[in-house]
Design a protein around this ligand. Sequence first.
Ligand code: FES
Length: 195
Amino acid sequence: MVDTLGLGVGITLTLIMIVFHFSKGTGWQPREDISDEVLEHRAATVPETAFPEPMNRSIGGGAAGVGAAVTGETEAEGELEEGEEAVGGDDPSAIPDDEAEVYEVEFVKQGKTIDVKENTTLLEAGEGEGWDLPYACREGQCISCGGHITNGHAEEYVEHHTNQMLGEAELSDGYTLTCVAYPTADLSLETGESP
Ligand code: FES
């Protein structure tokens, strides 16, 4: 049999103890918010930059600025004045077929003289005849396609577009890089010859 009076007294005393305990508080105090202080310190120590902050880029602000700058440069570079030639405009291969001069080129070893347009290299012209002529880079950077113009100084008969191998001595002896040599006069050529 439960003693109702005793149980009531016990519960009451327990409640009184709980209330008394928490009425004193735990003594915990929140720490002072120093985030503003940290930000001010960072602003004073980090040097200013000319480029956008990462946060700025993440919302598109920086990208817009950079994009505008790039666009501005591109527009400025992309506009040619009237009559101004683009870079590489002296490339003989850019001469239209119907405007190109035609020269007679004798391929000595093949025993045949063919017509070659000034916008066609000696190598291309020979390949057009089905001849297996030597070459490697096709950019004037090796000597594999070398040939010999028997008439005299090579540059009186061809224009080299990007010759990076032959010096004045070789050119004056008549040597040419057929992969980048465009005819500017009638000539005789020995293929497979190099200095
Ligand atoms: S193939 Fe290399 S220079 Fe002509």
